[in-house]
Design a protein around this ligand. Structure first.
Ligand code: AMP
Length: 136
């Protein structure tokens, strides 16, 4: 097992639903350490840059609007296999397809408003951590 770092975002719907603590509790309970946490409001430019990989997809404009609709909570999670572990805790992108006991199955409303983001690889985690936590 390798010590990894990954980026989590509690998205605007998660913040609105008062589940910041619930999400962080689940990360900690799974053995992940929180090495940084920050609440911020993404600008349109920041959201477009963060999701640049999805530019041109049918859901891109709506995703940027949603991600800028309110504050988000970004955190750096550290632990053994943190990237995969976080993705297991989140569950599948579509809450209807997410396994029982995952954040998205338990707390999310739709494939877009799905409460949390998590880096999908160690390489992308490095880029995403730098985006939110240039000092880390
Ligand atoms: P990902 O890069 O996999 O985290 O996807 C980015 C985000 O885009 C997802 O977490 C959803 O919020 C949103 N998203 C992904 N696929 C769809 C879709 N088919 N329809 C609407 N939103 C989507």
């Amino acid at each position: 097992m390798s010590q990894e770092r990954t980026l989590s975002i509690i998205k605007p719907d998660g913040v609105q639903k008062n589940v910041i603590g619930e999400c962080l509790r689940r990360f900690e309970q799974a053995g992940l350490k929180i090495a940084g946490v920050r609440m911020l409001q993404l600008s349109k430019n920041q959201a477009e840059e963060f999701y640049a990989v999805h530019r041109g997809r049918p859901f891109y404009e709506s995703l940027v609007t949603y991600m800028t609709s309110g504050p988000v909570v970004a955190s750096v999670l550290v632990g053994d296999n943190a990237v995969l572990k976080n993705r297991e805790i989140m569950g599948a992108t579509d809450p209807k397809k997410a396994a029982p006991g995952t954040i998205r199955r338990d707390l999310a409303d739709s494939i877009e408003a799905n409460v949390v983001h998590g880096s999908d690889s160690v390489e992308n985690a490095k880029i995403e951590i730098r985006f939110f936590f240039p000092e880390l």
